[in-house]
Every structure is written in structure tokens, then in C-alpha cells.
Write a protein that binds this ligand. Structure first.
Ligand code: ZN
Length: 414
């Protein structure tokens, strides 16, 4: 009897230890996951009147949090003209500081802390108008590489742009900062081997944005990752302007994106652009860690069309199909491009291709517009099989789609 009690006691004790330690390891795991997340701080609070940080900062926060890789906090300064002496964010508590601020000088202590943070290896991301800030703060301009407006001129450094396959530094006298009318922008990769750029196409269209040009600055240790063509037809500079670039300052890393104009009521297509979102997420990760693990999405845009993610992430396949059904000839082809890219960049296993083929058959058999059906016929001419034949045969009698249906049938059967 006594022995049985002892055995019971031992059994309970062992069970408790196992239970306790398994709880503990789960708890540890959760803590580790949280620790593994990148700590990002967005700085905002003041802005010039052509931008709105109250709208852009929460969008940037959402874009980062959707990856599951970042913990994001926002440090907001007091409003313009008020006492700044208590604005003292602890930059060193973060892996990366994202600048969405143009306004009054920070207190000296905060400026020193920021420079020391970068010097010691901190990451910095310069978002669009933040390169207008602090024209007279020498270290800030070294950290951001290039800036514009607020009296910048030849004293701030050369104009920097891309010409004949190389970076140009031009010391011509003149003001720094110019942009043309807002327009979609052709972005071209200049350093395909950089971790942020690996796997991206050599050229892609960025949705309508305000492309900065004629930026000037010290541009020490600059690496131009991609340029945007500033089209003179829309009052641009006519040059391939740095759009995405990095700067090395001390042990720190800066990723600078001039893309992302946000103001007014929206929609804010510059930051809904899949190309902006992907390069921003990857750029922030690189600035924080020196590496990029975030994948390039299947539907990253190409030089044919921009792609918008209204919720800052790709549409579900169902929603994408519904959007394609409404396509009219004058619309952007973003949705059909997205579907086409998803197929092209998929694993292309027979079952995957069959799934996409069924989706396309559903569209040509639905009440989709004839323009949508014609675009789908073009895709079926590439990806279609015997499975599509009955639906295409039926579509031949539609006077607006018959020609494309016939074309697809010939390609499939030929
Ligand atoms: Zn802007």
C-alpha cells in the first residue's frame, strides 16, 4: 500500500514536471517568435503641406505588419512650432527607423542619438518626402544620401542620376528637387544582385506617383538599386532618376525610396502599388538586418502593367476573378496581368494549371464583359487544353468574342 502511494506520488511528480516544462517551452517559443520579429519605429508628426503623414504612416505600418515579420511602433513629434524638447525616442531600442517626417529641428540630444544609432549599425528607411527634411543638418544629409527642396542647391552636393549604364555626379549650379506631373513610372533595376532586388524583374511599371528628380546630396557610399524615368512629356527632368538606393553610414544601412506620394482623399495608388509594397517591405528588412528573406510575390508587376493591392496584399483568387469579369477596354489591365503572372510564376504542375484553366473557363462562361472574355481567350491560347474546348466552341457564336475564341481553339488544337 505504502509502495503504491510512493509510486503514485512519483507518477504525479513526473507528470507535473513534464507538463510544467512543456508549458515553459511553449512560453519560450512565443517569446522567441516575438524576439525574432524586427523592431521598427516610424517617426512622423510634422509634414510639408503637399503630403499627409497622418495617412501615410498607418499605411506603412500596415504594409509591414502584413508580413508577420515586424513589430511596428510610431513616434510622433509635437505639432509644428511647439516645444520639441521632450521628443526623445530611444532609437537604439529598434532595428530600423523609418522616416516619414518633414518639420522642425529635433532637440540636439535627439539628433546626436540618431546619428550615433546609425553610426553603431542601426537601419534607416527614408520614405518619399522625408528627403526634403533638415537641409542644414550635415549628418542627416549624409545618412539619406540625396535630398531635395528647402533651399537645397550645389552647396548640398552634386546632382546624381543614371546615364549610359553608370552613375553620374553632376556639380552644375542649380536648385535641388523637381518633379513633374504625377504619372505611372517605368522603374528599371540597376543592381540586380543586391538582396532587395534579387528575383525582381529588370523593369516594371510603378502606379501613378510623384517621381522625384534633380535630387542633390553628398551621396557618399551610394548604391543605386533602381531608377525611374522622369518623363519630360509630363514635365519631368528627362533623366533616369534614383528611385531606390542604399547608403552606408558608419556601420549603419540606409534604404531610400523616393516612391510613395500620399496626400488628399485617395485612393493612394502610389502606396497600393504591388511594386512599392514589395520593395518597401524588402528594403525595411534589409536596412534592419542586412538580409532579405521576404519572397517576391508571384504577381510582382512587369513592364506591361502596374498592379494595385487595395488592401496592401494580393487579392484572393475569387476576388481577382470578380475584378477581371468587370474589365473594359479602357481600364488598366492590372487584374488580368495579375492572373497571368500567377500562372506564369506558379509551380506549373498539371493540377495547378488545371485549377487556373477552370477559373478561366468559369469567366468565359459567366456574364463577364466581352472585353474580359477576349483577354481570357488570349490566356487560354497559351495555357488552355482540351478542357477549354467546349466553352470556347460555345463562345465562337458571340460576335464580339468569336474571333478570339477561334484563335484560342486553333492554338490549343494546333
Ligand atoms: Zn509627394
Amino acid at each position: 500500500m505504502k509502495q503504491k502511494n510512493i509510486l503514485q506520488f512519483i507518477a504525479i511528480a513526473v507528470f507535473s514536471i513534464v507538463l510544467f516544462s512543456s508549458c515553459n517551452s511553449t512560453k519560450e517559443k512565443i517569446i522567441n517568435v516575438e524576439n525574432a520579429r524586427i523592431k521598427a519605429l516610424i517617426v512622423n508628426g510634422q509634414m510639408n503641406k503637399s503630403h499627409d503623414d497622418k495617412q501615410s504612416s498607418p499605411i506603412l505600418e500596415k504594409i509591414l505588419e502584413l508580413t508577420g515579420e515586424f513589430n511596428v511602433e510610431i513616434a510622433t513629434t509635437p505639432p509644428q512650432g511647439s516645444d520639441m524638447s521632450n521628443f526623445k525616442p530611444q532609437f537604439s531600442n529598434y532595428d530600423v527607423v523609418i522616416l516619414d517626417y518633414v518639420g522642425d529641428d529635433w532637440p540636439e540630444e535627439t539628433k546626436t542619438n540618431f546619428v550615433n544609432y546609425v553610426q553603431d549599425g542601426g537601419g534607416v528607411v527614408v520614405f518619399h518626402a522625408a528627403d526634403n527634411a533638415f537641409p542644414d543638418w550635415k549628418e542627416y544629409n549624409e545618412i539619406i544620401g540625396l535630398g531635395g527642396w528647402k533651399g537645397r542647391n550645389e552647396k548640398n552636393g552634386p546632382y546624381v542620376y543614371w546615364e549610359n549604364g553608370e552613375i553620374v555626379r553632376n556639380d552644375t549650379i542649380g536648385r535641388g528637387g523637381k518633379h513633374g506631373k504625377q504619372t505611372p513610372v517605368l522603374i528599371e533595376t540597376r543592381n540586380p544582385d543586391h538582396p532587395i532586388m534579387k528575383g525582381l524583374p529588370t523593369a516594371w511599371i510603378h502606379a501613378k506617383d510623384e517621381l522625384y528628380g534633380d535630387l542633390r546630396g553628398p551621396a557618399n557610399n551610394i548604391d543605386i538599386l533602381a531608377t525611374g524615368f522622369s518623363n519630360p512629356e509630363t514635365n519631368g527632368t528627362g533623366k533616369n532618376e534614383p528611385a531606390l538606393f542604399t547608403i552606408k553610414y558608419g556601420k549603419g544601412r540606409t534604404f531610400h525610396t523616393v516612391l510613395g506620394h500620399v496626400n488628399g482623399k485617395g485612393p493612394h495608388v502610389a502606396v497600393e502599388c504591388a511594386g512599392f509594397i514589395t520593395t518597401f517591405q524588402r528594403g525595411v528588412e534589409w536596412a534592419a538586418t542586412g538580409k532579405v528573406t521576404l519572397p517576391v510575390p508571384a504577381e510582382f508587376p512587369n513592364a506591361a502593367s502596374w498592379i494595385l493591392w487595395k488592401n496592401f496584399q494580393p487579392l484572393s483568387l475569387e476576388d481577382l476573378v470578380e475584378a477581371i469579369k468587370d474589365y473594359n477596354l479602357d481600364d488598366s489591365r492590372e487584374h488580368i496581368s495579375a492572373l497571368s503572372l500567377r500562372i506564369r510564376n506558379s509551380d506549373q504542375k498539371p493540377e495547378t494549371l488545371e485549377m487556373y484553366e477552370k477559373v478561366m473557363i468559369e469567366i468565359i462562361e459567366s456574364n463577364a464583359t466581352n472585353d474580359a472574355k477576349n483577354l481570357i481567350c488570349r490566356e487560354l491560347s497559351i495555357w488552355g487544353s482540351e478542357l477549354s474546348v467546349p466553352a470556347l466552341e460555345k463562345l465562337k457564336s458571340n460576335k464580339d468574342c468569336g474571333e478570339m475564341a477561334d484563335y484560342a481553339l486553333q492554338r490549343i488544337q494546333g
